[in-house]
Every structure is written in structure tokens, then in C-alpha cells.
Design a protein around this ligand. Structure first.
Ligand code: DX5
Ligand code: ZN
Length: 218
């Protein structure tokens, strides 16, 4: 799979002009659409439901990367497939039967990622890293856009790379939260494959330029 992927998070889009923002991303260098689903329980915020994914899917010309910040995500896997998800990330902290849920997501024809909160060590993925497509490292505490990047993520990135190579896994490393032009290049250089970015892209006067710059590693 292609690396140095930028996945803009629609949490920061202007929802009154969603179609305009989808078209902007279709015509940009962005690779995926990242959609954050929250349940006001695992995180203290509510965002979108499946209908939102359905509408985005209708117009998006790129894969839909769904980040489930919900407890017991196994309850809704089939529905998210029907709504149009191409990838599903479930949180390690929110899913008791991780192995079974990973298989279930794959059986439903989607790629699967496991997301880790900033406090959760990579080592906990040792026995499943071979069976997943992505490791999603949260570089902020999940729930909101516009937060500050947690600096310990660099060490976490190194740990993730080491575990992936030790276990001969092909999982790609995705990083989510507080990503901007000051840290995107160094994250890619240090082995990140996918960067999710919300507020830095959508608050810019020329979002497509930011996306282009984020993809150029210098
Ligand atoms: C946070 C979400 C992120 C968020 C990123 O819980 O998972 O995807 O939208 O937004 P920024 O880039 O503004 O931190
Ligand atoms: Zn996210």
C-alpha cells in the first residue's frame, strides 16, 4: 500500500458546507477521508453517526477511514460496512474481545486498525500486530480536535516500528491528533505511514496547500 498518506479529519470540516469540503478533498492530494465516531461514553463528546458516513461516501472519491471512539464497537461493525466504511479502527481500551472483533471486521471486507490512547503501551499489541492493517497512535487524548500534540508520541512511534519489525508485521502506522506543518515531516521521517489532521487543514485559508506541504518530507 502507498505510504505517506494524509487523512484529513472531517471533524474540523464546515458541516454547513460539507459537500464543498468533500469536493475540496477529492481535488486535493489527500488520500483518505478520516471520520471520527464518538459515543459520549468512551470519550466525552458526540460527533457523527452512520448516516454521516453514508453521505460522505456518496460523494467521496477516496477511501473512508473510520475511527470508532465507542465502547463495544463489535456491536456495529456490519452497519458501518453498509454505511460505507473501508477501514475501521477500534480502540484497544474499548474492546474486550479484540482478536474476535479484528477477525469480524476483516470478514466484513474492511481493513482493520487498533487505536491506542496516549497512555497505552505498544507492547500490548504484541500478540495481534501480525493480524492488523494499521496501528493508530493517538497523539492527543481522543475526543476533540484542536489539541496539542503529545511529544511522547515520538517514542511511541519508535516502539511501534520496533514491534512491527520484530513480529514481521505489515501493519502501517497512523498517527492522529495535533498534527501540523511543524511536526508532519519529522513524523513521516521517523516512520509514520499515515497522518490524520483536522484543524490545521480546515482552519487554513488554502487547505489544499497545507495537504500538499504535509506530504512533502523535508
Ligand atoms: C480526536 C480525533 C482526531 C481529530 C484530529 O479524537 O480522533 O481525528 O479530529 O484533529 P486535530 O488534527 O485538530 O487534532
Ligand atoms: Zn481520529
Amino acid at each position: 500500500m502507498k505510504k505517506k498518506i494524509i487523512a484529513p479529519s472531517l471533524l474540523s470540516a464546515d458541516l454547513a458546507f460539507l459537500y464543498r469540503d468533500i469536493e475540496m478533498l477529492n481535488n486535493s492530494d489527500a488520500d483518505w477521508f478520516h471520520i471520527d465516531i464518538m459515543d459520549y461514553s468512551f470519550v466525552s463528546n458526540i460527533s457523527f453517526g452512520g448516516l454521516f458516513i453514508q453521505y460522505v461516501k456518496k460523494y467521496a472519491s477516496k477511501p473512508i477511514d473510520v475511527h470508532l471512539m465507542i465502547f463495544q464497537p463489535e456491536r456495529y461493525i456490519k452497519q458501518f460496512k453498509q454505511y460505507g466504511a473501508d477501514h475501521i479502527h477500534i480502540h484497544y481500551e474499548a474492546c474486550i474481545h479484540l482478536n474476535r472483533t479484528i477477525s469480524y471486521i476483516k470478514e466484513n471486507g474492511m481493513k482493520v486498525g487498533v487505536a491506542l490512547n496516549p497512555h497505552t503501551p505498544i507492547l500490548l499489541l504484541k500478540d495481534i500486530i501480525k493480524y492488523i492493517d494499521f496501528v493508530l497512535l493517538m497523539s492527543v487524548n481522543p475526543g476533540f480536535s484542536g489539541q496539542k500534540f503529545i511529544i511522547q508520541t515520538y517514542k511511541k512511534l519508535k516502539d511501534a516500528k520496533d514491534l512491527i519489525s520484530k513480529e514481521q508485521s505489515s501493519a502501517l502506522i497512523e498517527i492522529d491528533g495535533g498534527i501540523n506543518l511543524d511536526n508532519s515531516s519529522v513524523l513521516f521521517k521517523n516512520g509514520a505511514d499515515i497522518l490524520v489532521s483536522g484543524s490545521s487543514i480546515f482552519s487554513a485559508s488554502h487547505p489544499t496547500k497545507i495537504i500538499k506541504k504535509m506530504k512533502s518530507v523535508y
